[in-house]
Design a protein around this ligand. Sequence first.
Ligand SMILES: O=P(O)(O)OC[C@H]1O[C@](O)(COP(=O)(O)O)[C@@H](O)[C@@H]1O
Ligand SMILES: [Mg+2]
Ligand SMILES: [Mg+2]
Length: 334
Amino acid sequence: MTKHIKISDFLKQHLQGEHGVALNAILSDVVDACKKIAVAIDKGAVAGNMGSLGSENVQGEVQKALDVITNDIFVEACQRSGYVAGMVSEELVDVIDVADEHKKNGDYLLMFDPLDGSSNVNVNISVGTIFSILKSASKKPDLADYLQSGAAQICAGYALYGTSTMLVFTTGNGVNGFTLDADSNEFLLTHPNMQIAKETQEFAINMSNYRFWREPVQRYIDECLQGEEGDRKKDFNMRWVASMVAEVHRILVRGGVFMYPTDTKSRSGKLRLMYEANPMSFIVEQAGGASTTGSQRILEVQPSGIHQRVPVMMGCKSEIDRIAAYHQVTAKRK
Ligand SMILES: O=P(O)(O)OC[C@H]1O[C@](O)(COP(=O)(O)O)[C@@H](O)[C@@H]1O
Ligand SMILES: [Mg+2]
Ligand SMILES: [Mg+2]
């Protein structure tokens, strides 16, 4: 059997330089949180974790019990290192100020979606956790410290609770994937230097929104559907898991594009910039892919709010360039 490197050894070996010590400590806490979340999800109905609560989150979405449980696990675990000054969670309206006694060297910010794809949780389909780390200008961050573009991220990653539990992350030096070994309860490096395939014949989009999309998105999908008989001269396959983490992971492993564009029902898009689109865009770009709103590289979007939404198209670079070009054609015509 191949001997895989443990994530703790990988962090020690690879995280050096300005942020090395802090990232090592923060990521160790993230690893711990994701292991605990995996257990909570795994226990499922046995622990009574699978229902909906009466409450709504900041996005007006009905909260599942696991949305709240996973949020609490993440917040609790990730203030231990002493390096995190504040956090933003999909599940909480306001920023989370980390108490002073936990802020030894706390000038890093952690944005996260504790449970991505939560509509899949009680039908036993893969879900995930997404996180992004920024450096704060101050140990007592104000709103402006949080509102940095995705290009400023120093680390981003996700955990996927699927057929295996995996942790995938980047610190701006490629993308590495680790699988949780149930025997040792350690994440082991199984997917070094993940790269997105240069060509693809697979797209992921919620087709039920077709009639609400703008013209460039309809054009791109129409051409995929025309297959061999159309301009693309090849057949395309489609997937839609409805968990962004699972879709992006599939794209890292076997290629493709993922799209949640703006449409006439949700004019700003559905996905959240700071803890969904930005971290996934950083990972996708680091794996050789691309990511756009249609008119702008996602990592260059200047946030105006911590829960801001954004249209998202990401994956295989040549396909994303094509989609962006279709948006330009429409924009020029106006
Ligand atoms: O149900 P829809 O409209 O297809 O949306 C699916 C999308 O919504 C999300 O589930 C949003 O994530 P949350 O579960 O964290 O709200 C994405 O993961 C996924 O791509
Ligand atoms: Mg999500
Ligand atoms: Mg969520």
